[in-house]
Ligand binder design. Structure first.
Ligand code: ADP
Length: 385
């Protein structure tokens, strides 16, 4: 290595916010950086020469080194950081994402016999990176989520407790209509709690990647009609127009998740637009860029849901897809919602290999979802929904 390259690596190691540890084949630490020392709560000199296993516990998954190009049997991406437990000098344990890379001589460029090559590919040590920055931001996001969730849960709980207390203390002095009203409020708030818990569970399933998808070819018109039927009651004060060209290519998606996406968007369109206005639902095929063979296959199916409601100010557009991203306006205050719907909707679109976008101005908001279209082979193999 030239002196210059060495200086670059030394500077990088010294200043990296992530913790870096080099170990020999027996697991003894030979080199490390100030970030790792800080994490452990010791000086670098106190760490070098010690077993990494006394400070970093891989829970057995170091066996799958991050470099291996083996087939992904577990379905897990080998290059994904794995959670490790870091044990500090003070006896505190942190779970953090880390990767481990074998160090070999195989980069040397010379013609070698297979035996020599095999020898070179044997690692002489390992480089471990503990992603401190990522761990800190994950931790911060989790703390923020927990505190927002607690706040959101507390609001209906306070109301339920307050009205139940009143009925208990002054039940005999309340007339029947007052009692009914208070019990009605308790019921509404309990419903709100249920919705919140369901949405929070949906978020947690999506984030832990435990979402089970059953992908098949689904007729876009059928999907829209099913959702429309479920929303009949909510849509009774709106005019709903559905426009889907005949024979539109099926979408390649999970039927329940597609319904959930459409339900959230149509429900919002109804909620955030005044009674008597129109909600328009359309679906159309987006063709592949014309290729040499001049094919005109439909590549994506685009759903759009437009309403004539309050709209979303441009500066707030990015916020609507974030967790608990409720905007403050009179219609929002009047309507029930958790602020998790669009976050879930967007995550589902991405999980299905699609995209979602929004365009809005007062009197017109359009959410557009693009999902992969089923290929002819997929339609033939699975049949239409
Ligand atoms: P909520 O449970 O509040 O409906 P969502 O995540 O579905 O949560 O939506 C987030 C926020 O985006 C809503 O509170 C509302 O302010 C805004 N929003 C969503 N859809 C529309 C729409 N069609 N028109 C106007 N505002 C909307």
């Amino acid at each position: 290595m030239s002196i210059k390259t060495e200086e670059i690596y030394r500077t990088l190691l010294l200043n990296s916010a992530d913790a870096v540890v080099v170990t020999d084949i027996a697991g003894l630490i030979t080199t490390t950086n100030p970030s790792f020392a800080k994490l452990i709560g010791a000086e670098i000199e106190e760490i070098v020469g010690h077993q990494i296993a006394t400070m970093v516990d891989w829970h057995g998954h170091e066996e799958t080194d991050n470099h291996k190009e083996s087939p992904k049997e577990s379905g897990e991406d080998e290059s994904d950081p794995k959670p490790v437990t870091v044990l500090t000098r003070a006896g505190v344990e942190f779970v953090m994402p880390a990767s481990r890379f074998p160090l070999t001589d195989s980069s040397a460029k010379s013609a070698k016999s297979p035996e020599e090559k095999e020898e070179e590919e044997k690692p002489w040590g390992y480089l471990t990176i503990i992603y401190v920055i990522q761990a800190n931001s994950l931790q911060q996001a989790q703390t923020e989520f927990v505190s927002t969730v607690s706040h959101e849960l507390r609001t209906p709980l306070t109301s339920i407790k307050g009205f139940a207390d009143t009925i208990l203390r002054a039940g005999d002095r309340l007339d029947v209509s007052q009692q009914r009203r208070y019990v009605g409020i308790i019921k509404d708030q309990a419903d709100r709690l249920t919705r919140l818990v369901e949405d929070i569970l949906a978020v947690s399933r999506l984030e832990s990647k435990k979402l089970q998808l059953t992908i098949r070819a689904i007729d876009p018109r059928d999907a829209i009609e099913r959702v429309q039927q479920n929303l009949t009651d909510k849509a009774k004060n709106h005019k709903i127009i559905v426009s889907v060209p005949a024979g539109l290519t099926p979408v390649w998606a999970d039927a329940d998740r597609l319904e959930q996406i459409l339900t959230n968007l149509i429900d919002n369109a109804i909620k955030y637009s005044p009674a008597g206005t129109t909600v328009t639902i359309t679906a159309r095929g987006l063709e592949k860029e014309k290729e040499k063979n001049n094919s005109s296959d439909v590549e994506m199916v685009e759903f759009s849901i437009s309403d004539e409601g309050v709209g979303i100010p441009e500066e707030h557009l990015p916020q609507v897809f974030s967790k608990f991203g409720r905007l403050d306006n009179p219609l929002v205050r009047q309507t029930e919602g958790t602020g998790l719907g669009l976050y879930i909707t967007r995550s589902l679109c991405l999980a299905l290999g699609g995209q979602i976008s929004v365009a809005s101005q007062p009197g017109n908001t359009t959410f557009t979802v693009k999902l992969p279209a089923a290929t002819l082979e997929q339609q033939a193999a699975r049949g239409r929904d």
